[in-house]
Design a protein. Structure first.
Length: 357
């Protein structure tokens, strides 16, 4: 195996879709999941791309991820919707949700969907281009009420998940793609480093006694440690506040979250908030783009501090990497291909051959 092997993105998408179908997922959700996972790798979010395919397959096989069907609408007031995701794949629900919101945002100016009982939704940045490409600004956030790994600022016992929040902001050229978490690091990266016996370069964790640590193994200790909120020991009140905002947008608006013992019984999953905004319903798309373009230009032309080549806008690096990998092939993280080959053998689905060097 060559760690520098590259793979055709379409071949990876076809493989992932076929593998999910072989495990029992219906064709439409399998295609949606495959596209979102490959997009995660294309954008460089390799802990939330195809690295999730093997765990997703286990969830299907265990019956903890539904293989098909549609969400149930629990409330509908036109510009606002609430769905029960029925443990369907998160990428399927989010892509269906965006499609449902587009005509409503055109009609009302903005439209919001909250989904409870979704399965995991993978890389948030993967969805943003679906909105910005149609001229919308998008907000997307998620929490997992069944998991606790992040303590509140000043505390030592986990209450939250990393609680990511993302924003897609259209410009006349390259959109801004913001994808951040309310914690210093994610569960996915912590698990990867722990499995490799590695540590973070900085103290991103607390052990159970509240001492700062670089070792992600504290999450698996007994009693477990926690991930520090964004801002760390000194300014973690900022990440704490962001985590509370995400909890309000997801679990509180959904009416089902961490306060419910039943939700904890669902297993690995997500509660999701999606909102689309049509600039034409406000100051107009042309002036929206003019303002966004000015900000982008002012930031990119900002004199860089020592050691920084240039100021980048959120999404610049990921979109450049995406374009390169669409041309040259996807470079998978070294542990991903072996795991997928094992899944391929178990389900009788051929793994794609690497591109010729």
């Amino acid at each position: 195996m060559n760690a520098s092997e590259r793979y055709n993105p379409s071949a990876l998408t076809g493989f992932a879709s076929a593998l999910l179908r072989a495990a029992g997922m219906e064709a439409a959700p399998a295609q949606a999941v495959a596209e979102v996972l490959v997009d995660g790798d294309l954008l460089g979010h390799d802990t939330h791309g195809l690295a999730l395919l093997a765990p997703y397959l286990k969830e299907i096989e265990n019956g903890t991820m539904a293989g098909g069907g549609m969400a149930e609408t629990l409330a509908d007031r036109g510009p606002s919707l609430l769905w029960d995701g029925r443990r369907l794949p998160g990428p399927w629900l989010v892509t269906q949700g965006i499609d449902a919101l587009v005509p409503r945002a055109r009609q009302y100016g903005s439209a919001t969907l909250v989904i409870r009982r979704s399965h995991h939704i993978a890389c948030l940045a993967s969805y943003l281009l679906r909105a910005t490409g149609q001229g919308f600004m998008m907000l997307l956030s998620s929490s997992d009420p069944s998991v606790q790994s992040v303590a509140p600022h000043g505390g030592t016992r986990a209450v939250f998940t990393p609680n990511p929040i993302a924003a897609g902001i259209p410009t006349s050229t390259t959109p801004f793609l913001v994808d951040i978490s309310a914690s210093l690091v994610t569960n996915g990266m912590s698990a990867r480093l722990h499995q490799a016996g590695q540590q973070y370069e900085q103290a991103c964790m607390l052990d159970a006694q509240g001492h700062a640590s670089r070792d992600p193994a504290v999450l698996a200790a007994s009693p477990p440690g926690t991930i520090l909120p964004l801002g760390g020991l000194e300014a973690g009140h900022k990440g704490f506040g962001l985590a509370l905002l995400v909890e309000a947008l997801t679990g509180a608006l959904a009416g089902r979250g961490r306060a419910d013992d039943a939700a904890r019984g669902d297993g690995w999953g997500a509660t999701v908030f999606i909102a689309l905004y049509d600039p034409d319903a406000f100051g107009g798309l042309a002036d929206f783009l003019r303002q966004a373009d000015w900000i982008g230009e002012a930031c990119r032309r900002n004199p860089p501090r020592p050691g920084v080549a240039a100021v980048r806008m959120p999404g610049d690096r990921g979109l450049a990497l995406r374009e390169r990998q669409l041309r040259e092939g996807v470079l998978l993280y070294p542990t991903i291909a072996p795991a997928l080959r094992a899944c391929a053998a178990r389900h009788g689905v051929p793994f794609p051959a690497p591109l010729a060097g």
